[in-house]
Design a protein around this ligand. Sequence first.
Ligand code: SF4
Length: 242
Amino acid sequence: MNADKRHKIFSRLRAANPHPTTELEYTTPFELLVAVVLSAQSTDKGVNLATRRLFPVANTPEAIYALGEAGLADYIRTLGLYTSKAKHLIAACRMLIELHDSQVPADRAALEALPGVGRKTANVILNTAFGQPTMAVDTHIFRVANRIGLAPGKTVLEVEKKLVKTIPAEFRVDAHHWLILHGRYVCQARKPKCSECIIADLCEYKGKTWPAADEGKRKRGPRTLPQDGGGGKRRAARAQND
Ligand code: SF4
């Protein structure tokens, strides 16, 4: 994919959602750290339900450490892997208290040294809590980057490095959220919603899906975008940002 297309893709995603953020609920870097650790193999909605119970009771390293593994597990037992998540979080709280003055460090090596925190979690914290232009490649970003030709790669790390290198600087801080949201709600795994997609003409995926009604039109000639209000908004956004 060439640089011009890449710039247009992110211009449109920004126009449609100028201030993207995570769907995890948090008010401090520490709450975000807890939520991201809990989100492994769990949905953001499920994590939010658990943290709405937990954070009013305990939202600092000291308070969560004081709950102990069993006490913390009581709040998060609706989530998969909750016993190991409780174990990791208690150990991480202890390290934060002993080594970091109970603050979440804005440093990759220090974050990755915390139990339960890998490269992806560190990238989310650095990006979302500290505004660093990191790229946490999850299943959605990995799929979208490969499918549409944005940053093809066989491994998560390869895709991450390509994205960080090729996304224009002005979009780098928010690109992580735009790509996750695009993958979660539009460019979905089994059936991407190509007919609703604001970057369909820029996407290089060969297997785009169209509603049956559009299929005949496509065979007769070039595809036009839907004539409804949403299409009008999309065209307006494109006109402003291309
Ligand atoms: S056109 Fe389809 S495959 Fe391409 S980005 Fe949009 S939803 Fe995904």
